[in-house]
Design a protein around this ligand. Structure first.
Ligand SMILES: C[S@@+](CC[C@H](N)C(=O)[O-])C[C@H]1O[C@@H](n2cnc3c(N)ncnc32)[C@H](O)[C@@H]1O
Length: 300
């Protein structure tokens, strides 16, 4: 039987690279090898078969070695895709995850249906700016105050806000330095003082991993610690979001907060009726795991 004709040098190298990534424990080895190949050769994934053998770039193998060492794909390509955004990411900022797209979609739907001319949202712990920019992009009437405590993460948010400044998000994402976790939100979120009691929606993907948990190497070594860990039960920052939200929200304002899959019941009880919250609801992500809680603040 005749051997199968070779399709192209690059496609053959991708097959070898995918096997190496699988061996290294990478979750989606073939897709990552293809995305790295596309990035290195400056083409779309669907155009890889068109790259002539003569222009194969050996830098492909350098980047595959980085991924083999479990550096996140998004740090290698410098980009993370989130809803309709192409965000710049790298060392010092949390790589936005697909799970968060579902909660962001919930926030966008609620803001769109609100009977408010120009709704105001607050994103606590904005990181790359993923949630805040999506809201501004998809709800053209809304403005978003994005809070970030870490200076390096804030510089990535600033970069992404600037990246979209020419589009119709311009001027509607306002970046603030602030600390929503430690102490009184009136102190930590001083820059938002004029918004107290007026905000239509608070959204947050805070740090929520219990200290001492085992996480993937990509997370442990490349996501910033401030984006991950949050006390013995992982709920410290979520309890702080509760305090900040009751200070910021107007009567009837809404809250959405992301959490880890096993934390649905724990987070539900951070927003109980006894503390004044209404309509507290658990929501699932696309993999049908508990992923975020929403609630309504009726006012004091
Ligand atoms: C899990 S990341 C989420 C980033 C982004 N919202 C996303 O979904 O991709 C949490 C973010 O909260 C920020 N953060 C953690 N503690 C904070 C605090 N006390 N005050 C302000 N930001 C904080 C971290 O620096 C990090 O950027």
């Amino acid at each position: 039987m005749a051997a199968e004709p070779r399709t192209s040098l690059l496609l053959d190298e991708i097959v070898v690279a995918a096997a190496r990534l699988a061996e290294a424990g990478v979750d989606s080895p073939r897709a990552d090898a293809e995305q790295i190949a596309a990035h290195v050769h400056g083409v779309r994934r669907g155009e890889l078969h068109r790259v002539p053998d003569s222009v194969f770039n050996p830098r492909f193998w350098d980047e595959i070695a980085r991924r083999e060492a479990r550096e996140p794909l998004q740090h290698i390509t410098g980009h993370a895709y989130f809803r309709y955004l192409d965000l710049e990411v790298g060392p010092g900022v949390f790589v936005p995850r697909p799970e968060t797209e579902v909660m962001t979609g919930w926030a966008i739907d609620r803001l769109r249906e609100m009977d408010v001319a120009e709704p105001v949202a607050v994103d606590l712990g904005t990181g790359s700016g993923a949630i805040a920019l999506s809201i501004a992009q998809e709800v053209p009437r809304a403005s978003v105050h994005a809070v970030e405590g870490d200076p390096l993460a804030r510089s990535w948010a600033e970069r992404n806000i600037t990246r979209y400044v020419d589009s119709y998000t311009a001027g509607r994402v306002l970046l603030h330095e602030g600390d929503f976790v430690s102490g009184d939100p009136r102190q930590g979120l001083k820059e938002l003082a004029s918004l107290a009691g007026t905000v239509d929606l608070v959204v947050s993907n805070p740090p929520y991993i219990p200290l001492g948990s085992i996480v993937q190497p990509e997370v442990a070594e490349y996501d910033p610690p401030a984006a991950l860990w949050s006390g013995a039960d992982g709920l410290d920052a979520i309890r702080a979001v509760e305090r900040a939200a009751r200070w910021l929200l107007r009567p009837g304002g809404l809250l959405a907060v992301e959490h880890g899959a096993p934390q649905g019941a724990g987070v539900f009880w951070v927003f109980p009726e006894e503390a004044g919250w209404r309509d507290t609801t658990n929501h699932k992500d696309l993999a049908r795991r508990d992923r975020f809680v929403t609630a309504m603040w009726p006012g004091e």
